[in-house]
Design a protein around this ligand. Sequence first.
Ligand code: 5GP
Ligand code: ZN
Length: 139
Amino acid sequence: MADDCIFCKIVAGDIPGRTVYETDEVLAFLDANPLSAGHTLVVPKEHAERLDDLSGAEASELFAAVHELTPRVESAVDADAVTVGINDGSAAGQEVPHVHVHLVPRFEGDGGGPIHAVAGERPDLSDDELDDIADDIAE
Ligand code: 5GP
Ligand code: ZN
């Protein structure tokens, strides 16, 4: 548990959360400031700030919970879809430095956008640049 981490405190039961799912490794609870009805956060119980700080096993447990919960959340609020996302790092909008997956129920005509709406200006990349980036990621 990390000092002053709000999600560690929810995991520990020191501050209240509306828990919707729990395993030995993962907890899910409703977001306190929901973007839509049913907005749920899925967190590893062990404190980790970024995705890269999770072990492979922890990441698998986290995604297994996301896989299990996404249809449950969708049907609980009678949504049409779910946006699943992680703000991984402050430049991506992460405000709580404890890994969390957002499950945001979506409704036809809700006025929201796709994941593509989150980034800023699109880069104009040449084929060579795209090849280099792909190589760097694949290495
Ligand atoms: P981030 O911007 O870090 O990806 O998202 C943090 C999320 O945590 C926000 O959607 C915010 O509403 C939620 N949040 C912040 N503090 C609390 C809290 O004390 N309890 C709960 N349930 N959610 C919180
Ligand atoms: Zn924490």
